[in-house]
Design a protein around this ligand. Structure first.
Ligand SMILES: [Zn+2]
Ligand SMILES: [Zn+2]
Length: 358
């Protein structure tokens, strides 16, 4: 089968023929219908997440079970959304209601399958979903209703789950609270959508790219602001001079975490959704931390339990209560995926989704 493979840190990904093993005990083979291209894929290519190579990219996808290994319970033909952080249900975090921090999910890549030349192959976050097929543990496949639009269903596995969870579970945004969202990639747009569903107002969308304005308004923002030195002033002008109740940082940089901090009111909360680098240091004065009375926290995988929340989001999508169309910039073939990755790196569009013919 064919997969999008990156050969080493900084190399240009290319489509290759690869081989996966047959599903073992408790594993499934899933034929991929659609797979989104996420910022974390760029972090796999540039080495920020320190995966091993050669590596199949992709971790946000939907597909159909085509083969079940011994003991696997999901039937062939079941539509699923893939979960890149399947909970073991047995570690300390799982037993204490924090499955998103499961101790079993710490590897950026795991070995699975081989290249056409017989070299050992790695797959991203246990999935490697930018591929015609994956072989995954059954707990990494969440069953969903049939008939969902594939490109939108794929996003339930990363961007939408993360954005919805950050708003609902981590920040617990209430109706009428004010929100700012900094960084309008797939996750940032999903945060806007979730903030609108939560009844937040105003919802201020912030990005350096003016071209994101229309996308932001379509996804749920009430205002679009350019990210520059006047941001704090612009935010306060729209929030009674105070700043927002909740700021969401969806970039993963110290500079934008600081911008989110400054855009938040005294006593408000900053939720860091973007994943940054280990050398990018955040500096806040001790006086500011005390006097502002703000909360700074992160949201890993939206603080969600995907086994419960992916089906809820899938049901909302099926019922027409969740409009994800603004998040999908376009669909491309697997052969076009390298160019779509380059577009993502340039900040063009929201989510590019690779779709596969039936
Ligand atoms: Zn992702
Ligand atoms: Zn666990």
């Amino acid at each position: 089968m064919r997969a999008l493979v990156v050969r080493g840190r900084g190399a240009t990904p290319a489509v290759e023929e690869v081989r996966l093993p047959a599903p073992g005990p408790g594993e499934l083979r899933v034929r991929i219908r659609a797979a989104g291209i996420c910022h974390s894929d760029l972090a796999m290519v540039d080495g920020t997440l320190a995966p091993a190579y050669p590596l199949v990219l992709g971790h946000e996808a939907t597909g159909v079970v085509t083969e079940a290994g011994p003991g696997a319970r999901l039937a062939v033909g079941t539509p699923v959304v893939l979960n890149w952080a399947p909970a073991c249900r047995d570690c300390w975090h799982c037993r204490h209601g924090e499955p998103w921090l499961c101790a079993a999910n710490t590897a950026a890549s795991v070995p699975r399958g081989e290249t056409a030349a017989g070299e050992p192959l790695q797959v991203t976050l246990g999935l490697g979903a930018l591929a015609e097929e994956v072989v995954v543990p059954e707990r990494a496949a969440v069953p969903v209703p049939p008939g969902l639009p594939p490109a939108e269903a794929a996003l339930l596995g990363c961007a939408v789950l993360t954005g919805a969870g950050a708003v609902r579970n981590t920040a617990r945004v209430a109706a009428g609270e004010s929100v700012a969202v900094i960084g309008l990639g797939g996750v940032g747009l999903a945060v806007l959508t979730a903030a609108r569903r939560a009844g937040a107002a105003p919802i201020l969308a912030v990005d350096v790219v003016e071209a994101k304005r229309e996308l932001a308004l379509a996804a749920g923002a009430t205002d679009f602001l350019r990210s520059d030195d006047t941001l704090g002033k612009e935010v306060r002008a729209r929030t009674g001079g105070r700043g927002v109740d909740h700021a969401f940082e969806c970039v993963g940089r110290a500079a934008t975490i600081r911008a989110a901090w400054r855009a938040t009111r005294r006593g408000g909360a900053v939720t860091v959704v973007g994943m940054g680098g280990k050398d990018d240091l955040l500096s806040l004065s001790a006086l500011d931390v005390f006097h502002s009375a703000r909360t700074l926290r992160s949201s890993v995988y939206g603080s969600t339990d995907p086994d419960r929340e992916v089906p809820e989001l899938a049901a909302a999508l099926a019922a027409g209560d969740l409009d994800l169309a603004p998040l999908v910039s376009g669909t491309v073939s697997l052969a076009e995926a390298p160019e779509a990755l380059a577009r993502l790196a340039r900040g063009e569009g929201a989510r590019w989704v690779v779709t596969f013919p039936d």
